[in-house]
Design a protein around this ligand. Sequence first.
Ligand code: FMN
Ligand code: EPS
Length: 386
Amino acid sequence: MRFLTAGESHGPKLTVIIEGIPSNMALTSDMINKEMFKRQGGYGRGRRMQIEKDTVVITSGVRHGVTLGSPITIEVNNDDHKHWLKIMGVEVTEDMTPDRRKITKPRPGHADLIGGMKYRHRDLRNVLERSSARETAARVAVGAVCKVLLNALGIEIYSRVIEIGGARDTGNYNLSEIKSKNDQNDVRCIDVKVAQKMRDKIDEAKSNGDSIGGEVQVIAEGVPAGLGSYVHYDRKLDGKIAQSVISINAFKAVSFGVGNDMKHLPGSKVQDPIGYDSAIGFNRISNNLGGFEGGMTNGMPIIVNAVMKPIPTLYKPLQSVDIVTKEVYQASIERSDSCAVPAASVVCEHAVAFELTKEILNEFQSNDLNQLKENIARHNQFILEY
Ligand SMILES: Cc1cc2nc3c(=O)[nH]c(=O)nc-3n(C[C@H](O)[C@H](O)[C@H](O)COP(=O)(O)O)c2cc1C
Ligand SMILES: C=C(O[C@@H]1CC(C(=O)O)=C[C@@H](OP(=O)(O)O)[C@H]1O)C(=O)O
């Protein structure tokens, strides 16, 4: 299974092609839109999100609401394509007009400068249009299709925000609690008191012309044991998930289970003791390692934590240097998110959903959904009786 995304942030649309989804799976645009909607929300987002109304159009691979097994194409319009220049006070009719919107001032923390050097662009808009996190809308569309498949296999995946700007939700929640509450508020934080602190932190950063980052968590339940492999570095599934998460704009760290706390805990508080029960077979007494041993799923819930850096574009000017004049200037901006951690938690969830789906289809190769279910059921029975 694989996918490709294409599209510029202010171009007409984003396009996704997903290949390898089995046939005979119910799939409608509404199932995808429900996830797209979650990514668009979140406290701290800028004006762009008031313009976009991310909804998808499926143009191939689905007929009468059921997958065909052929490539699925999904399109997401950029509503801002039509009028974003006008909103910024520039009266032109055509987007991306080369000279009017030429950018020669690279923004620190963005791909602008090094991307311009690498692709030999003198207009840095040619870089930022694709390096923008607008692309994450396409990745959520992919993950949403994957989530439909995972749910059909009895696997559930969800995410929450753990920390924003130092306001941390330290609660220990059981999984059903997270599941029922993860979408309850605009910062996607379970503890409502901490959620308010997070909003305050975002407001504070915004009024200082600054931005703010944080940490998110993705949890997947019901994942079969034995996905991934210890036999070679590039077959370890925790490694694949880490790569996928770090590839999301602004994500800088990934950990599993108790995560960074591992660095100061003794081994006896980190490894998960093994138990046995004839009804469920081998299991782990705790889940400090977040469901992975030796690069393989061990049947426990998968817990992925990921840190997002503060948004690089700041209302408070940061020093940069014009690539034409070579003059130092203070970068100023027209609009930006102050914090996108809640939205990014949704992106992370969908990135992990893709990696799990890909691994499942790799392990239990099947063309049709029922065939896939049978293959997994056989595997799970073997694991139970081991
Ligand atoms: C959902 C989401 C929204 C984002 N919104 C903005 C934004 O409004 N302004 C900005 O400067 N960066 C934003 N970013 C982050 C930049 O896209 C990212 O920092 C930049 O492309 C450089 O990539 P890097 O941080 O991974 O090195 C956003 C990231 C995500 C995941
Ligand atoms: C468009 C999205 O996020 C954008 C990501 C982004 C960036 O630099 O990454 C910058 C902003 O876009 P603009 O420059 O048009 O204001 C965000 O709104 C989105 O999430 O759909």
